[in-house]
Structures are given as structure tokens and as C-alpha cells.
Unconditional design. Sequence first.
Length: 292
Amino acid sequence: MAQITSRNFRILCDFMKIHKFMIEIYEKDWRNGVPAPFLEYALSSDWMDKTRTHRWKLWEDTDRIAGLVFYENPVSDVYFSLRPGYEELAEEMVAYAVSSMPRVDGNLRFVIFDGQDAVKAAAAKIGFQQSSDYVEKVFDFGQPLSYPLPDGFHFVESENLSVEKIAECCWKGFDHEKEEGAWNKDAEHGYHMLMSPHMCPEDSVVIENAKGEYVCYAGMWWTPENHLAYMEPLCTIPKYRKKGLAAAALSEHYRRLKPLGATHMTGGGDIFYEKIGFKPLVHWTFWEEKNK
């Protein structure tokens, strides 16, 4: 193996280099690690703790990134991105995660995808074992997605989008109103996310009712290098659920992005995605230390 150096992540200067690395190693089933928008969405959000990103670590072969260890949410969930051909780094990366990544109540959990065999082997070697898993669904644009928009609703043109109304829709759509009370009208986190270099508000989909209320929102992080329509987040406010709005929003993504070269779109683990044609593809496995 070439001479490899390692160092800790510097959030103010390393992000774009990491983004490029994740694009270069991307595979549809995430066998080399998460796609680039996964990390950018987290870093631009208000729900992720960014105070300990200095603990992330990257491995470099000259100026070429070979591997990255990082957390998302919670900080005790550790992810591994590893360039093919550098599998020998897996043991060192796993050892670093154990010694230096944040823990919650003393606990640490690895998130490893099928295909990351070297990482799985390194984790098992030091006493980690798989504790749970789930399969994320992905939509193949080789088949049609054409669920109609129900009567009484319409899509909002991108030039007319209101960040405040999107923020309110997300507050209600992710059940914060039920759990934490009425929306406080603070949309600053929405404006902050719009400043992300690869967020695509022009490709995001908003559905509005006849009263002018945003009732469904599907964000988009279009990644042309990978032909990937990375959809995040998706929500519908409670009283408008089970009316076909989310399926219509994702169909609109399909109509907009397929002509641009998109070949697939991310979804989630919920059965909803499978019902509208998404197929199981990305297998998440969660690993924990034995006897914890």
C-alpha cells in the first residue's frame, strides 16, 4: 500500500474535498459508504450536533482521500467511507472509532452497509456484533412513477416558494407540533440550509392546498455526477396524510429529474416506499460492542 497519512477533519476547509471523495466512491447500494448529499444534508441541518466534528478522521494517499470516519445523528453512531483498494485501512479506522469517537452513556454503535466487508470484519475482530438492521428502498427510473396530484391541491412553482411556509410544514410534518407545541415562526434553519452548496430548492417539491397552506414537502439534493436524485426530507402534515400527496410529490421529482439524467432516487425504510414502486436496495446494519 502507498504511504498513507491521517489527520482530523477541519470543517471550515475539508468539506468540499470530502464531498468530492464521496461522489468518486459512490455506488447505488452504498457499498463504499454514504452518498455525498447524506453528509451535506446533516451538516446543514439544525438537528445535528456539529460541535465534535473535529473528532472525525480522514486518511489520505498524497492528496487523494482514501477513507473517512465520521458520525451523523446521534454522535455515537459512527460511519465509515472507504475507497476501493484501500481495504487494509479498515482495522485502523475501526480502532480509531473505538478510541476517539464520541460515546453516549458509554455506548458506541457502528453503521455499516452491505459490501463494506473489510469494515465488518474489523469490527467483529475487536468484539462488535450486529445488533439490528433495516433495508432502505430506492426507486429505479427505468420504470415509471406517475401518481396523480389529488384534487384540491397544486404544486408551488420554485420561484414562489416561501422558506417560512416550508419550515412550518416541516415542523408539523415531523410531528413537532404534537410533541413540542406550535411552530415558533423561526425559519432561520431553513435559510441556513438553502445556503448549502448542493441543495436544490429549484428541484424540491411543495404541495399547497386551496387555502395557501403548504401540506407536503419533498426536498432534493440532485447529484448529477452519480445520476442520483437524493430526496430528503419528505413530510406531510398529519391531517393531510394518506391522501396520496407524498406519492404525487415523488412522482413530480421523477418527472423533473429523469430528463436531467437521474437514474434512481433514494427513499427510506418505511413500507410506503415499497407500495409505490421503490425496491429494497441499501442494507443498513448496526453493530454494537458485546456485553454492553
